[in-house]
Ligand binder design. Structure first.
Ligand SMILES: O=C(O)CCC(=O)C(=O)O
Ligand SMILES: [Fe+2]
Length: 244
């Protein structure tokens, strides 16, 4: 069984949104964006991003199969606990449930992919941003029925995000990366090594995974080099790192 916080998050999600996260994509995207549990500022971003036709780029063969396997091997080593998803007790800022992710320093990612592979990975983000990102952070994330089965809809706190599917879609059911843009609910390609890059404003989610394991490489790209110093003070006094 996954961590009880996932059931809590699901019970706090509006029914029509749970239907989409359950894999039923027959929904009016304009109605969906209004039902998502988002902060007002993020809903505004998400609505504007829904109308844009230049905020999502999908590509096949961005990462080789060999590199996909090496990224999964790294993450398995870095993520020994199947309960919390990590040696650490890191929780995800989207739903407060265990993150099930292994952070990968930029230098290690570059080393692993080679400079050509790294440039191929970053290219769609540059296309969306119109400039080369000046700061990048990355992690490998695990989805399974017993670890993290879904990631609810959210906007990211960076400028553009890239998600690479590390496992072929035939090996798992559900677990689709869905994105609200181009006036539609778009789904990312499912081939191993394929990628979807999107503006951080695009509301996106990973739908319930019901069989197998999906690993993804997630890259947050920032226009500003000093993005880490962008903290925000919440209404309740908490200081949050605006990674998302
Ligand atoms: O795992 C994915 O493909 C997407 C993850 C994501 O949206 C995030 O971590 O912010
Ligand atoms: Fe995200």
């Amino acid at each position: 069984q996954p961590h009880p916080l996932f059931a809590l998050s699901q019970s706090n999600t509006p029914k029509p949104v749970n239907r989409v996260l359950g894999g039923d994509f027959d929904v009016n995207p304009k109605e969906l964006v209004n039902m998502l549990p988002l902060q007002p500022s993020d809903r505004k971003r998400a609505k504007e991003a829904l109308a844009r036709d230049d905020f999502v780029v999908t590509l096949d063969n961005v990462v080789t199969e060999e590199h996909c396997d090496r990224l999964i091997t790294f993450a398995k080593w870095a993520m020994p606990s199947t309960v919390t998803g990590a040696a650490s007790n890191e929780v995800d800022s989207v739903d407060g449930a265990p993150a099930h992710q292994a952070n990968l320093p930029k230098a290690a990612l570059k080393e692993l992919l080679g400079s050509e592979g790294y440039a191929r990975l970053l290219a769609p983000a540059s296309q969306i941003l119109g400039v080369m990102p000046r700061a990048v952070s990355a992690f490998v994330r695990k989805y399974s029925t017993t670890s993290r089965p879904r990631l609810p809809f959210h906007c990211d706190g960076c400028d553009a995000s890239i998600s690479v599917n590390l496992v072929d879609g035939s090996e798992y059911d559900g677990g689709d990366l869905v994105m609200l843009s181009d006036n539609a609910l778009l789904t990312a390609p499912r081939q191993a090594g394929s990628a979807a890059a999107h503006s951080a404003d695009v509301a996106h989610a990973v739908t319930d995974l019901t069989r197998g394991v999906r690993w993804s490489l997630v890259v947050f790209a920032h226009k500003r080099r000093n993005w880490r110093r962008q903290f925000s003070v919440q209404a309740d006094g908490r200081v949050v790192d605006k990674r998302r």
